[in-house]
Design a binder for this molecule. Structure first.
Ligand SMILES: C[S@@+](CC[C@H](N)C(=O)[O-])C[C@H]1O[C@@H](n2cnc3c(N)ncnc32)[C@H](O)[C@@H]1O
Length: 175
C-alpha cells in the first residue's frame, strides 16, 4: 500500500472495524488527501473515530455508518480512488454474526473497479474459516477470474504451510 498511496490521494477503507487500516491510510494520504471509511456497526465507527481523534487525523477522513455497497452515494461523482482495502469477515472482539457477504462485497468491488485510478489497487483480505466466509470467497474468486487481463492485474498471496484456514490476500490493480 505504501508504494501505491501518496500524499494527496483519495482512498477507501471499506471495512473500518477498529480503525487500524483507516489510521494507517490517513497517515499515508496526509492532510491534502482523503480517506472514506465505511462500516455497518456503531461500535466500529466509534472505535475508528476515537483512534483518528487520538492521532489528530479526523480532518482527512470521512466515516460513514453504512455498507460499502453504498459508496457511490458517499464519494463525490468522478473522484478517482487510488487504493481501497477490504478486511472481510467479522470484527475481532465484536459481534461475530455481523459479517461481510458476497452480494454487498461484490457491489462495492465493482463500483471501485470503475473508480480506480491507473495503477490503483483494491486489496481484499479474505477469511474462509467462519460460517459464510467460503461462500463470499467463492463469489469473489469467480468475479476476479473473469476480469479482463488487459484492464486489471489480479494477484493472490497466501500461506502455503499454515494449518486450519489461513486468510489470504487478493490484490486487483488497474492497468
Ligand atoms: C475484519 S473487520 C475489519 C477490521 C478492520 N480493518 C480493523 O483494522 O480493525 C470486518 C468489518 O466489516 C464490517 N462490515 C460488515 N458488513 C459490512 C458492509 N456491508 N459494509 C461495510 N462494513 C461491513 C463489520 O462490521 C466489521 O467491522
Amino acid at each position: 500500500m505504501n508504494q501505491t498511496v501518496n500524499p494527496g490521494d483519495v482512498v477507501v477503507d471499506a471495512t473500518v472495524g477498529n480503525g487500524h487500516d483507516t489510521t494507517y491510510l490517513a497517515k499515508l494520504v496526509g492532510p491534502t488527501g482523503h480517506v472514506y471509511g465505511f462500516d455497518v456497526q456503531d461500535a466500529a465507527i466509534a472505535a475508528t473515530q476515537a483512534a483518528l481523534t487520538a492521532d489528530k487525523l479526523d480532518h482527512q477522513v470521512t466515516l460513514t455508518k453504512t455498507g460499502h455497497e453504498n459508496l457511490n452515494h458517499v464519494l463525490p461523482a468522478g473522484t478517482a480512488v487510488k487504493c481501497a482495502i477490504f478486511n472481510l469477515g467479522y470484527l475481532p472482539g465484536g459481534d461475530k454474526t455481523v459479517i461481510t457477504t458476497a452480494p454487498t462485497t461484490l457491489t462495492a468491488v465493482e463500483a471501485l473497479e470503475d473508480r480506480l485510478a491507473t495503477n490503483g489497487l483494491i486489496i481484499l483480505m479474505v477469511y474462509t474459516g467462519h460460517p459464510g466466509g467460503q461462500d463470499e470467497a467463492d463469489a469473489l474468486s469467480q468475479h476476479v477470474n473473469e476480469l479482463d487481463q488487459h484492464q486489471f492485474q489480479v494477484l493472490r498471496y497466501g500461506f502455503i504451510n499454515q494449518i486450519h484456514t489461513p486468510p489470504y490476500l487478493i490484490a486487483i490493480q488497474k492497468r
